[in-house]
Design a protein around this ligand. Structure first.
Ligand SMILES: [Zn+2]
Length: 384
C-alpha cells in the first residue's frame, strides 16, 4: 500500500456508537471487540470497524458526525422515542459526548471555513501515523514513539462537522436555531419510515407542511440539506422549494442495488445539477442487488471493495467527471463486518480503494477529489 490519502468521511454515527452501543471510541478495535464477545443485545456486536485509533491509522482526519434521535408514532413497527422532546434529549446527550471528546483533545468541531482550512493545514503538515499504540497520558491520549526514546506525541484531533440524521428531534424551529448555534451544519430531514418533517426509506408521501417550513428555515440559517433517506416524493418536493446547498451524505446507486434506499439516475443527476455530491456508503445492503437483511452474508455475493468502485464509476459516468462523488461510509451505522465488503475489517481499509480506482483509470487528482477534496471544496463554497 502506498502512502495513505487524507480522507473526509461524510457520514459516521459516532455518538450513537458511544451512547447506544456503549463503545469508548478511544479504545482499539480489538479492545472493543473483546469486550463485546459475549454480548447478544445487537446483531453487530464484536463486528465494529470504527474507532479513533483506526480513523487516524487510515488518515480519516475529518468527518461529518451525526446526532440521531427518532420519534415513533404510537405502536409503530419501527423503534423510536414516544415524543419529540425525548428524541431531542437523546440528541443533546450525543452532543454532550462530542463536547467531552473535544475536551480531551480527541475531536475538534469544525463550523466555518477558517476552522476547516486550519484543520486541513494541521493534518497535511503532520507526519502520517506510524501505527504505534496509543497510551493514556493523564488527560490526553498520546502516541508512543517507536524509536525507544520514550518520547510521546499528542494525537491529532479528528475534525468533525455536526449533522443530524432525521429531523424528528427538532421539537420546533427554535430548536433548529439552537442547534445551528451548537454547530449543526447539515441536516437530513428523513430516516427510515415516516417522519415528522419528511418521509424516508421504505415510506412514501409528499413533503408535509412542517417539512417545507423546516427546509426554508434551514436555507435561511445556511444548514446544508442532506437529501439521503428522503423517499422519492419528498426528494422532488424538497428540491422544488429549496435552492440552498445540498448533498447526499451516504447514498449509492439504485441501478446497481435496486431498492428505494438508493437513488435512481434522475435523482443522482438532479443532485449533480445542483452542484451536490454523493458520499459512497459501505453497507452491503446498499451495494448489491438482492441482499436479504439479517440473512445474507458478504461471501454470498463475494462482496469486495471493488463494488464501491462500480458505484463511484456509475456516478462519474452520469456527471461526466469525478467531482460529484466522495466518501460517506456509514460504517458502524447499526451494522458491522457481517454487512460490509469482505476486505474491509476496519475503516482504515478504505486505503485499499485508491489502487482500485487507479486500475480503472482514475487520475491522482480524481482520487484525491473522491477521498476529500470534492466535499471540502463544496464546504469552502458554501462557507464563503
Ligand atoms: Zn442513514
Amino acid at each position: 500500500m502506498t502512502k495513505p490519502i487524507f480522507t473526509f468521511d461524510v457520514h459516521l454515527d459516532l455518538s450513537m456508537n458511544a451512547l447506544e452501543w456503549n463503545r469508548d471510541l478511544r479504545w482499539s478495535l480489538e479492545m472493543i471487540r473483546r469486550q463485546e464477545l459475549s454480548m447478544k443485545d445487537k446483531v453487530d456486536r464484536g463486528n465494529n470497524t470504527v474507532c479513533f485509533p483506526e480513523m487516524r491509522r487510515g488518515r480519516v482526519g475529518l468527518c461529518v458526525a451525526t446526532q440521531i434521535g427518532r420519534y415513533s408514532p404510537y405502536f409503530h413497527r419501527l423503534p423510536g422515542w414516544n415524543s419529540p422532546e425525548q428524541a431531542w434529549a437523546q440528541t443533546q446527550g450525543q452532543l454532550a459526548w462530542y463536547r467531552a471528546m473535544e475536551e480531551v483533545g480527541e475531536l475538534i468541531q469544525i463550523r466555518n471555513r477558517k476552522e476547516l482550512d486550519r484543520h486541513l493545514d494541521l493534518w497535511h503538515a503532520s507526519p502520517q501515523d506510524d501505527g504505534s499504540d496509543y497510551v493514556r497520558d493523564s488527560r490526553k491520549f498520546v502516541r508512543q514513539a517507536k524509536n525507544g526514546t520514550g518520547n510521546t506525541t499528542p494525537v491529532l484531533p479528528i475534525g468533525y462537522i455536526l449533522s443530524l440524521e432525521g429531523a424528528d428531534s427538532i421539537v420546533s424551529l427554535k430548536h433548529l436555531e439552537r442547534s445551528y448555534a451548537d454547530g449543526l451544519r447539515a441536516l437530513g430531514p428523513a430516516h427510515y419510515g415516516p417522519g415528522r418533517y419528511a418521509h424516508g426509506t421504505d415510506a412514501s408521501g409528499p413533503l408535509p407542511a412542517a417539512g417545507k417550513e423546516l427546509i426554508k428555515e434551514m436555507q435561511r440559517l445556511g444548514i446544508i440539506l442532506d437529501v439521503t433517506h428522503l423517499c422519492d416524493e419528498c426528494f422532488w418536493d424538497a428540491l422544488d422549494i429549496y435552492d440552498g446547498p445540498l448533498w447526499a451524505s451516504h447514498q449509492n446507486c439504485r441501478t446497481l442495488a435496486p431498492w428505494n434506499r438508493q437513488f435512481a439516475d434522475d435523482q443522482i443527476k438532479a443532485v449533480i445539477e445542483r452542484g451536490g455530491i454523493l458520499g459512497m456508503a459501505f453497507d452491503a445492503i446498499m451495494m448489491v442487488p438482492g441482499w436479504k437483511h439479517l440473512r445474507s452474508k458478504p461471501a454470498d455475493f463475494q462482496l469486495t471493495l471493488e463494488r464501491i468502485v462500480d458505484h463511484v464509476d456509475h456516478i462519474c459516468q452520469l456527471a461526466g467527471n469525478a467531482k460529484h462523488v466522495g466518501i460517506g461510509t456509514d460504517l458502524d451505522g447499526g451494522y458491522g463486518t457481517e454487512q460490509t465488503p469482505m476486505d474491509l475489517d476496519s475503516i482504515a481499509d478504505l486505503q485499499k480503494i485508491p489502487a482500485l480506482l487507479r486500475k480503472r483509470g482514475y487520475s491522482e487528482a480524481d482520487i484525491e477529489g473522491i477521498f476529500w477534496r470534492n466535499f471540502v471544496d463544496f464546504l469552502r463554497r458554501v462557507w464563503e
